[in-house]
Design a protein around this ligand. Structure first.
Ligand code: AHR
Length: 331
């Protein structure tokens, strides 16, 4: 029986799990698993908060289908409790491997202990976790959020090199991601680390927009009601920056000219805005993690170890760069 991967939550997952329950009674021998057939992977996704996330889900689903892996895909609709429930369902159905994107870093110890007790290896993907016992999961594959934040900071050092050592401040408004998520923590950390030696870079305001376009818009609209004393807006993702651009333009300001805009993800819409001159720098966050996740899942299903930490490749896109040869981003 083939269990289709899908992006639906709740009932769809339940259906998949029931099918898997029947199927798992006849689970195949390790030799068959070696060929990528007969493996069940339980995957808990955060939700569909951005084009980036939708692409990440698609990458997982397509790669699973390509590898012949039975995927139980659960959409947590932005709630950690839904993710924990999904992980428990995967354990109950004795999947071969669990992979998940943790919405926040903390709060996973108990459910991961349950997975460990059940002998099910766990792969953490995209976002990192913080647990007391590192042996609770097999490894991590995903993006390097700290480096992404550093890249955003490095661009500002270059952009404002004329002001380095001078008295004129560079005032930064930061719109950050979901509070307590590893990209929110890492991007803020890397950004500050690079700018810390230069006191003229001042983060004059910082607030979370939860990685959502609607919140990016609302926050920036409200901020611009009370202040325009900013030289830079640093957005932790493209979804929020698209809302920010709308709010900035509504005020009659020119984004990219009146205020420098730096963002992370490299969705097509952000690259298009970069080319139009409305964004000054886009740091890539690579969502196409599916193929590597499947390779690692196969290794784990064979009972073998994987590297503890794998970061996917990423680059930076700058203003004035010739991007005419850049292919469609796919997200
Ligand atoms: O975890 C990666 C982040 O999550 C991406 O930057 C963002 O778009 C998504 O919501």
């Amino acid at each position: 029986m083939k269990i289709p991967g899908n992006g639906a939550a709740g009932p769809a997952l339940l259906l998949c799990l029931c099918a898997a329950a029947l199927w798992s009674c006849q689970k195949t021998a390790p030799a068959q698993a070696d060929q990528g057939r007969g493996i069940i992977l339980g995957f808990s996704q955060i939700g569909a908060e951005s084009a980036w996330r939708t692409c990440n889900s698609r990458s997982v689903q397509e790669a699973a289908a390509g590898a012949g892996i039975q995927l139980l895909f659960s959409n947590a609709e932005q709630k950690q409790e839904n993710q924990i429930r999904a992980l428990r369902s995967f354990i109950a159905y004795q999947v071969d491997v669990i992979a998940f994107v943790p919405i926040v870093a903390d709060g996973w110890d108990n459910v991961l202990q349950e997975a460990k007790d059940a002998g099910i290896p766990v792969l953490v993907t995209d976002r990192k976790i913080s647990v007391k016992d590192e042996s609770l999961y097999a490894g991590f594959i995903g993006t390097d959020s700290v480096e992404e934040g550093r890249n955003a900071g490095r661009f500002l050092l270059e952009k404002f090199r004329d002001r380095l050592g001078g008295a004129e401040p560079v005032r930064i408004v930061e719109i950050s991601g979901t509070v307590g998520s590893s990209p929110e923590v890492g991007r803020a950390q890397g950004f500050r680390e690079v700018l810390a030696p230069y006191p003229q870079f001042q983060i004059v305001y910082s607030e979370s927009g939860d990685f959502l376009r609607s919140k990016g818009y609302e926050l920036m609209r409200d901020i611009l009601d009370t202040r325009t004393d900013m030289d830079v807006i640093f957005s932790h993702n493209d979804g929020m920056v698209l809302g920010i651009l709308d709010a900035v333009k509504e005020r009659g300001l020119k984004p990219g000219v009146d205020v420098v805009i730096v963002t992370i993800d490299a969705e097509q819409a952000a690259i298009d805005a970069l080319i139009r001159g409305e964004i000054n720098c886009v740091v890539e966050c690579n969502p196409n993690q599916g193929p590597e996740i499947m390779e690692l899942a196969l290794v784990l299903a064979r009972g073998e170890k994987i590297e503890r930490l794998i970061h996917v490749d990423e680059r930076v896109f700058y203003e004035e760069e010739d991007l005419s040869a850049l292919g469609p981003r796919g997200y």
